[in-house]
Ligand binder design. Structure first.
Ligand SMILES: O=C(O)c1ccccc1NCC(=O)[C@H](O)[C@H](O)COP(=O)(O)O
Length: 268
């Protein structure tokens, strides 16, 4: 299964990271860094009626190469000019053709909060995310134990990062809610094991979330009807990658899909 392969690769990467990233040294370096930008705060005070996390995504396991003329900084700058609330940057090399370097380069040029989109399975990756300039990390319930979800969440927060916790089914959501820490939860409409997408997953799961959670609908959103559907289901934000990556004019595509910036965001 593909997800198992991805996780196996992550274990190899973490073994290598153990040789280069010493936790004590990382803690000292992080203590001297400027505070991270408020990822969750940007979504709560969003620029449009629905918040937007726009993704910098060159390729994916389900679709192969998506954006042949891939210039990560230019793409992120176009997202920033389009009034994107947050940007997601895929840093996985083997399956998404991403890179930590892309995130670092974007951090230098863009003042929008950045999500390090990767498959976190070890605490060293959380230190690494902060060191390369991320403002938030992703924790995927499908690949973590309850205990890992809880301890990784706390570590990320202690390092000044926000956390997007991702679920795809009811048992995963129940685990996350039982831990009782997550305030920003993403519902991935894509089953990471089969790649099948269905926006109804958003409808099913957001209805089970308590008030006060910032709910994000992730994946397979490409039309104004899709956006309307997930908003109606209760999503306060959307995470969109492939659709924007296939457009020649990113700014135009963001405005066509989500409308103009209104600065009328509200908190729930
Ligand atoms: O995108 C994939 O094919 C994929 C396969 C296996 C695990 C994760 C995968 N994608 C990660 C994501 O969550 C998406 O990049 C993100 O939600 C944006 O989705 P989309 O708008 O459909 O590009």
């Amino acid at each position: 299964m593909f997800l198992d392969r991805i996780v196996a690769t992550k274990h190899e990467e973490v073994s290598a990271l153990k040789q280069t990233l010493q936790i004590g040294q990382a803690e000292r370096t992080i203590a001297d860094l400027a505070p991270a930008l408020g990822f969750e705060r940007a979504l709560s005070g969003r620029n449009r009626p629905v918040g937007l996390i726009a993704e910098v995504k060159k390729a994916s396991p389900s679709k192969g190469l998506i954006r042949p003329d891939f210039h990560p900084v230019s793409l992120a700058q176009a997202y920033e000019e389009a009034g994107t609330d947050c940007i997601s940057v895929l840093t996985d090399k083997d399956y998404f053709q991403g890179s930590n370097e892309y995130l670092k380069q974007i951090r230098e040029k863009v003042r929008v909060p950045l999500l390090r989109k990767d498959f976190t399975i070890d605490e060293r990756q959380i230190y690494e995310a902060r060191l390369i300039g991320a403002d938030a990390i992703l924790l995927i319930a499908a690949i973590l134990t309850k205990s890992q979800l809880s301890s990784f969440y706390t570590l990320a927060k202690d390092l000044g990062l926000d956390v997007l916790v991702e679920v795809h089914n009811r048992p995963e959501l129940e685990t996350v809610l039982d831990i009782g820490k997550a305030t920003l939860i993403g519902v991935n409409n894509r089953d990471l094991k089969t790649f099948v997408t269905d926006l109804k997953v958003t409808e099913q799961l957001i209805g089970l979330m308590p008030k006060g959670i910032v709910a994000v609908s992730e994946s397979a959103i490409s039309t104004t009807e899709d956006v309307a559907f997930v908003r109606e289901a209760g999503a306060q934000a959307v995470l969109i990658g492939e659709h924007f990556m296939r457009q020649p004019n990113i700014q135009q595509a963001v405005n066509d899909l989500l409308g103009p910036v209104t600065n009328e965001g509200t908190t729930r």
